[in-house]
Design a protein around this ligand. Sequence first.
Ligand code: ADP
Ligand code: G6P
Length: 483
Amino acid sequence: MNKTIIVSNRLPLQVSINDDELEVTPSVGGLATGLKTVHKDGNGIWIGWSGLTSEELNPELEAKVNDAVTKEQCVAVNLTQKDLDLYYYGFSNRALWPLFHYFIEYTEYNTESWEVYRSVNQKFADKVLEHAVDGDKVWVQDYQLLLVPAMVKAKKPNISIGFFNHIPFPSYEIFRTFPKRKELLEGMLGADLIGFHTYDYERHFLSSVKRILSLEVNFNKVTYNNRIIKVDSFPMGIDYEKFEQAALDHDKMNEDEKSEIQKRLDQHLQKEDGVKMILSIDRMDYTKGIPNRIKAFEYFLKKYPQFQEKIRLIMLAVPSRSQVPQYQKLKQETDELVGRINGEFSTVSWTPIWYFYRALPFQNLIDLYTSSDVALITPVRDGMNLVAKEYIATRTREDGVLILSEMTGASKELNEALLINPFNNEEIADSIKQALEMPKPEQQQRMQALQKRVSRYSVKKWANEFMNSLNQVHKVYQIIEAK
Ligand code: ADP
Ligand code: G6P
């Protein structure tokens, strides 16, 4: 039976060593949380990095890691500390991530990290080649692995390859500045189908292909090395039913079943009569607009002082890429801003911002989503943003207001949210006020429309549509070859 091989930098589970024992935790981030559902349903395998480096492993530990990942239908790629430093922290997260998110001033290029990026991409491709047989489909994910499609295609041209980019694809004027622009495009074009979250990213990619590689582009098809490559947009969804069901179950919980966080939330919601919760959840990343959000919240408290002591911002940030200097600076800036605002506005009985810097279990995310009147999501650039969709899915009473940055891929689908420009404090402050004062019928009207759309385009549908399209492309390709 043919199988689908998912390939991504990170596996859906992360292995670490704690007191000489292996610890397995779920990976955080849109890619892992989204694809996990799809992978569980299939008979395929998932190839990726386990979370440990070769230096941390001895033969005994390596066998344990392999056992742990095999149980989850996964295959581990071993990375050395140098690989991790130059491929992951280096080229992927100090060059590609900022470049693709329009942070050109953060983009650092050097030959050594490029060489290691290439060699690690080859490691992933070799692992794919070890497991793939003719008739299989390979689905490569994201910016860490841009060269893998061409590396696999070169050795096994009959395998059908899909590539999905989970982050934005920048405009040609940004992309053209990058020294390895040509090589990156050629790597991606090893795929038979290339997918993006939105039509804009697709358009930017095609424009770069046309202008940098001088290739023929016909509508959304590229002709390259006697092959036709299809480029299309597939906005990624969430496992809607999982979030909806979790919220429904949450509603039925008795006191004993509630988490400590939920008990605390209840306590505050009851004690401080009328206090409303505004929620933000993200990885601690400079693309997420965290300082902008805090400053806009501060501005809101000043502009509309009647809301002081009546609202609270709960900010959950999960640690991410903390060895990259910009992430360290962001953490420091966030700590300072939260400290300053809490210092300035707190009263004996009220702290305006509750800030958690950690990953939380799924159940606690549900506690927060279901207890918050407003979700405030303000990235300055974001490929999609699944948190916005998760918030919508958990609002089973059809209330709650989503304030969403127009710089997210998700905003293209979620028109009934209050859309804001994350660089405009005035607009954010006014939207917070509008959200807090929005009559229930209007909340419900907007939420129903959002729920209808998000539930219809679930992550399963996203994956099926991508896979169906990949099948079609491959069939057409075989017909052309036969002629
Ligand atoms: P990104 O992929 O850039 O991290 P997304 O919003 O698309 O952004 O996806 C983030 C995913 O990570 C969501 O599924 C969200 O539930 C999860 N997540 C974010 N923060 C936390 C946290 N502190 N604890 C656990 N899961 C989190
Ligand atoms: C985004 C990227 C993913 C990445 C995730 C978490 O969603 O698109 O590729 O896995 O962030 O980041 P990390 O660097 O921890 O894998």
